[in-house]
Design a protein around this ligand. Sequence first.
Ligand code: AR6
Length: 168
Amino acid sequence: MNDLQVIQADITKLKVDAIVNAANRTLLGGGGVDGAIHRAAGPELLAECRTLHGCETGEAKSTKGYNLPAKYVIHTVGPVYNPNFAQQDAELLAACYRNSLNLAKQYNLHSIAFSCISTGVYGYPKIDAAKIAVETTRNWLKQQNFNIKVYFCVFDSENKAIYNKLTS
Ligand code: AR6
């Protein structure tokens, strides 16, 4: 049975098959959750990321988890929110979730934890981003003949309340 669950945690502490990093197009690290993941995984993560030659917005690429409890890190690049391109940004954000889930299926993973992609430095409105995350994931799970436990890993209480409402 497929399952969605909201968890308030530091994503670097989660023992799941894959955690999803809110990266940038260089894949060479940054602040926010990206910085936390690189710090916790150790320098080997950056070394593997260098071999990937970046990632387009909406796409996803995977690496090993190194010193993290998670086996893999799926790096996806969310859109930098621009209200003048709201529809395009919504499609790119949905693509982040779909492409990350597609990779998880390709690797036959049984659990995945998403960070709240684009909702920090990239400025995506939290409620809109959460609706896209939940709806895209639900649709994907319905369409795929694949069982995976999906966690939405929220960091702040605002996102916690938003996600709890959307998934209850
Ligand atoms: N565990 C879980 N969630 C976290 C953690 C953590 N340890 N730390 C922060 N968050 P952001 P973006 C939440 O800014 O908006 C980086 O510099 C945070 O509260 O990390 O996609 C990249 O390199 C927020 O809800 O990612 C890019 O340049 C969410 O993670 C840029 O930021 C995403 O916030 C990407 O910006």
